[in-house]
Write a protein that binds this ligand. Structure first.
Ligand code: FUB
Ligand code: ZN
Length: 649
C-alpha cells in the first residue's frame, strides 16, 4: 500500500466488529472540566507534552530516524558502505518517539493545536523516511546495516528479538501511535507506515512461518488495534502467532517459560508481563478464545491476591524489573511506572470482558497512587520506580535522588503522558442496555446506549469528596440500566482479595438518590443498578462516604508485618519527612493515634491531608501530617514511608 503524503487516502474499509462484550465509551466523547484530573491533564498538555517532544529532539531520539534515512538514501545512490552510528543508547529508543506521537495525537483531541499538529506531521515524515523499502523499521539496524550497531541486535532481522533487540516492541508502539493518529486526524500518513511494516511481518511470520516469541510484548496490542481499525484478519492472526510462539522452556523473565494458556501466575519483567496479559485479552475478545480468558483470569487472581502493592503498583524487584514470589512485596520496591500503566490497561480489558467492577477497583487504586506518582505536579520531573519507602538520599530513581528530569531509558515519561492524555477512555462503558459509570470526576460526556445519545454530566470533587451529582440527559426518553460503580473501598474492602484489609470499624453506608429520592439499588458485580426510563436532565446523587481507614497487610507480606497504612477513598497516604521534621521510620502509630482529614487547597496542587494525632516519636508523642502518596517528593528530598510501625510488636 502506498504512503499518502497528503493524507488523502480513503479510510480503511471494514473496521472489525467482534470485540469485547462491554464497549468503552471513547475518550474523545468525555471532557474533564474541573477538579483533580483537569489540573493534571492541563499540566500534561501544557508542560509534559512539549517537554517530552523537546527531550525526544534534544536527546537524538528523533535524529536516529534521520540517520537511518540518510543511510538508505546514500546507499541507494551508490555509497554501498555508508553507515551511521546511533546517537542514543538503546535500540528501543524509537519507541519513545512513537509513544510521544501517540500522546500528541490524543492531546490534539483534548485541545486542538495547529502548530502541534504540523509538528507531528513533520515527525511522521521523518519516521516514514527511515522505513526500508520492504517495510522494515528499526533505526539502529537501518542506519548501520553491515554489522550490529548494538550488542542486542543480530546481523539478521528478528533473530534477537526473543532476547533484547526490541524490534517488535518498537513496532507495537508504532502501531498504537499510527492508529491514534489516524483516529485523531483522519490522516493515514502514519497508519500507512504501520501497514507497510505489518505487511512485512505477515510475509516473514505469516507466510514464511518464522516463529519467534517477542522478547518484549506490546506488538500484540498494537496488532489488535490495527485489526480493529482496518478489519484485516491478518493483523489479528499475527498477534495470535506471536502469543502462540511462547514457551515452553524459555526464560520466565519474558514470559517464555510456558505456553501462554498454561501460565497461571505473573512472573518476570512486569511491563512485558502486563502488556502480554492485556494483549491476550484483546486477542481473546477479537477471536473468542476461551483458553486465553481462563489463563489471564488465573494470573489476575495471582496478582490481586498476592502481588499487588497497596499503591496499585506491581513488579517490586529491581533485578529484572520483575514480579516477585507470592507475597514478596518489599517496601523498597521497584514498581515501574510503565508496569502500573500496563496493569491499568490489563484491568480495563478484564472489565470489558466481564463487566465486573473489581477490575476497575484495581485500576482506580493504581491510577490515583502508583501511576500518577510517576510525574511531578510541575509535569517535568519523573519517577521510574515508585517505592513505598525512601531514605531521603538514595539515588534509586535510575541514578537520581528524587524525581528526575528524564532518563537514559526513558520508557516511563512518554508512557505516562499518553495515558494521562486519554484517561477519559476509562470513564464509561456500554453493554447492550447498560451504561457503566467507572470513574467519578468533574466532567461531561456522551455515550450511545441502544442507539440513543445520552449526555452525562458529573459534578464532584472526587477523589477528595465522595459526593457525585450525575445528570443523565438522553436525547429522548430511554429505558436502560445505569450501573454506578460502588468502589470496593466504599464497601469495606481495599482490594478485591485478602491481601489488604481495613483494621478500623468505620463502615458508613453509601447512598444513592434519583431525582432527589433515596433509592436502594441492587448491587451486582460491584455496580449499583438503576433501571428506569431516563429523561432529559434526570439527576443521580451518589454519596460515597470517605472515612480515614487504617490498613493492614496480609500476614505473609513480611515487609509490612507490625505496620499500618492510612487511606481515604481511593487515596493511599504517605508520611514525608520534610514537613514532619522526622524520619517516618522513627514514628509509631499508637492505640491513641487519631486521624482526621483536612483540605488544603494551597498545598501540593490542592489535596486532602491526614492529620495524625498522638503518633509516638522518639521521646515524645506528636502530631504528623500525611500527604497523598502520589504527590511525595514535590517539595525536595526527604525520607518517606507509606507503612508506619505500630507500637504493639
Ligand atoms: O525494555 C524496554 C523498556 O525499558 C521496558 O518496558 C522497561 O521496563 C525498561 O526496561
Ligand atoms: Zn518505564
Amino acid at each position: 500500500m502506498a504512503a499518502s503524503a497528503s493524507g488523502s487516502t480513503p479510510p480503511p474499509a471494514n473496521p472489525a466488529t467482534a470485540d469485547y462484550p462491554v464497549r468503552p465509551v471513547p475518550f474523545t466523547a468525555v471532557r474533564i472540566n474541573g477538579g483533580f484530573w483537569q489540573t493534571r491533564q492541563a499540566v500534561n498538555l501544557a508542560v509534559t507534552v512539549p517537554y517530552a517532544i523537546k527531550q525526544c529532539e534534544d536527546t537524538g531520539r528523533l535524529r536516529n530516524f534521520d540517520l537511518a534515512a540518510e543511510t538508505l538514501r546514500r546507499r541507494a545512490a551508490g555509497e554501498t558502505s555508508f553507515q551511521n552510528q546511533p546517537v542514543t543508547i538503546y535500540p528501543f529508543d524509537d519507541s519513545d518517539v512513537y509513544k510521544v506521537m501517540e500522546g500528541i495525537a490524543y492531546a490534539l483531541h483534548v485541545k486542538p493545536d495547529l502548530a502541534l499538529a504540523a509538528r507531528l506531521e513533520g515527525w511522521i515524515a521523518r519516521v516514514a523516511a527511515a522505513q526500508e523499502p520492504d517495510g522494515y523499521l528499526y533505526t539502529f539496524r537501518t542506519m548501520h546495516p553491515d554489522t550490529p550497531a548494538h550488542e542486542w541486535s543480530d546481523p539478521q532481522r528478528w533473530l534477537k528479538d526473543p532476547d533484547l533487540s526490541h524490534e517488535l516492541y518498537n513496532l507495537g508502539h508504532l502501531y498504537e501511535a499510527g492508529v491514534a493518529h489516524y483516529q485523531a486526524t483522519g490522516k493515514r500518513t502514519l497508519l500507512d507506515v504501520c501497514l507497510r511494516s505489518a505487511e512485512l511481518l505477515w510475509r516473514d511470520f505469516g507466510d514464511c512461518k518464522l516463529r519467534i516469541a517477542p522478547g518484549h510484548q506490546v506488538i500484540e496490542m498494537g496488532l489488535a488495534k490495527l485489526h480493529r481499525v482496518t478489519g484485516d484478519p491478518r493483523w489479528l492472526a499475527l498477534a495470535k502467532i506471536f502469543l502462540e510462539a511462547r514457551g515452553p522452556g524459555g526464560p520466565p523473565y519474558s514470559q517464555q517459560h510456558l505456553p501462554v494458556t498454561q501460565q497461571t501466575a505473573a512472573v518476570g519483567h512486569a511491563v512485558r508481563a502486563n502488556y502480554m496479559y492485556a494483549g491476550m485479552a484483546d486477542v481473546a475478545a477479537l477471536s473468542a478464545d476461551a483458553a486465553y480468558v481462563a489463563a489471564i483470569g488465573k494470573i489476575w487472581d495471582n496478582v490481586a491476591g498476592k502481588k499487588l502493592s497497596l499503591t496499585g503498583g506491581v513488579g517490586p524487584l529491581q533485578h529484572g524489573e520483575a514480579y516477585g514470589a507470592d507475597y514478596e512485596l518489599p517496601n523498597a520496591c521497584y514498581n515501574e511506572t510503565c508496569a502500573a500503566i500496563a496493569l491499568m490497561m490489563w484491568n480495563n480489558r478484564m472489565f470489558l470482558f466481564t463487566g465486573d467492577a473489581r477490575y476497575m477497583d484495581v485500576l482506580e487504586r493504581t491510577c490515583y497512587n502508583g501511576f500518577i506518582s510517576g510525574v511531578s505536579l510541575s509535569g517535568d520531573r519523573f519517577f521510574y520506580p515508585n517505592p513505598l519507602v525512601y531514605d531521603g538520599v538514595a539515588q534509586n530513581n535510575h541514578g537520581h535522588a528524587g524525581r528526575a528530569p528524564w532518563f537514559g531509558c526513558a520508557c516511563c515519561p512518554p508512557n505516562l503522558m499518553r495515558t494521562l492524555a486519554a484517561l477519559t477512555g476509562y470513564f464509561y462503558a456500554v453493554c447492550e442496555n447498560s451504561l457503566y459509570v467507572n470513574f467519578y470526576a468533574q466532567s461531561e460526556g456522551t455515550a450511545e446506549v441502544g442507539g440513543v445519545q445520552v449526555k452525562l454530566t458529573q459534578a464532584t470533587d472526587y477523589p477528595w469528596d465522595g459526593r457525585v451529582r450525575l445528570t443523565v440527559s438522553p436525547e429522548k426518553p430511554t429505558a436502560f440500566t445505569l450501573r454506578l460503580r460502588i468502589p470496593g473501598w466504599a464497601q469495606g474492602r481495599p482490594v478485591p482479595s485478602d491481601l489488604y484489609v481495613y483494621t478500623d470499624e468505620a463502615r458508613p453506608a453509601w447512598a444513592v438518590r434519583v431525582g432527589g429520592q433515596a433509592v436502594t439499588p441492587a448491587l451486582e458485580s460491584g455496580y449499583a443498578l438503576l433501571t428506569r426510563e431516563w429523561h432529559d436532565g434526570d439527576t443521580v446523587e451518589l454519596d460515597l462516604p470517605m472515612p480515614v481507614h487504617t490498613v493492614r497487610g496480609h500476614p505473609r507480606i513480611e515487609a509490612v508485618r507490625g505496620t499500618i497504612a492510612f487511606e481515604r477513598g481511593p487515596i493511599v497516604y504517605a508520611i514525608e519527612g520534610a514537613v514532619n521534621r522526622t524520619d517516618p521510620a522513627d514514628l509509631h502509630v499508637t492505640a491513641r493515634t487519631k486521624a482526621r482529614a483536612q483540605r488544603h487547597p494551597e498545598l501540593l496542587g490542592d489535596v486532602v491531608t491526614l492529620i495524625l494525632d498522638e503518633i509516638a516519636a522518639p521521646e515524645m508523642t506528636r502530631q504528623v501530617t500525611a500527604i497523598p502518596y502520589a504527590v511525595w517528593n514535590n517539595r525536595g528530598l526527604a525520607p518517606m514511608a507509606v507503612w508506619l510501625k505500630t507500637e504493639e510488636k
